[in-house]
Design a protein around this ligand. Sequence first.
Ligand code: ZN
Length: 273
Amino acid sequence: MYGRRRYYGSRRREETGRYLRTAMVVLAVICIIVVCVTMALQTTKASQVAAAEPAEQEAAALIDEKNVMYIAQAATAGPVIMATEAVNRTKTQERQVIVIDPGHGGIDGGCVFENVLEKDINREIAWSVTKKLRNMGYQVVLVRQGDDYVDKMDRVEKANQENALLYVSIHQNSCEVSSVTGIETWYDENDDTGSSKRLAQLIQQETVKATGAVGRELVSDTELCVLNKSDMPACLVETGFLSNKQERDKLCTEEYREQVAEGIVQGIVLYMN
Ligand code: ZN
């Protein structure tokens, strides 16, 4: 009896020892797996961060190759956030546009003579100006695309939101005296920098040169909403008198409207340069 008990006793110890060894092996394997997974996760995260930095710098370089200063500053400063700021600043600069405003539209036809509506002439000239400027590489935003009514304040607000470089509104004139003809350009007298006056002068000068029309006057005004509420240099050009039959007939031809548009474009280009 005693001998069998000893036999069973040593067998239990052996079994217990085997369980303990197995448990230790399992624990060791679990520990190794946990360590490996943690290391793998850290490596993936690090490679993602490393990849993000050059990608952002590359994007910034693509947006504006000339803007080397911002990228260089960001690179020496190190943090990715600096590169992101540089990209955003560059984007803001790139978003600066020329805003062209075809006067009136929709229910507001402007002045009307012999079924010729001012809003239509304005839109045609504005489209031509826009196409010419875009072909030259400028970014242009039209305040209205089609025959839409857009409130005056909304027009200016759009230009302000676009952070526009300049704002040019295109209109046609009318007068009780039907013999009056010519081009006149309005600007905001309150613009202390003189930029609006300079823009108006150049557009007036170049439009008169391109069309051979009578060069009337530069008119300073503090009341016109599209001029005094804009954050950028702005002017309003009245490219002809619809109340004068000869000038109205000319404005109804594509050839003359192209000349007017060319003059406005040349004025803008001279101002920009
Ligand atoms: Zn008008």
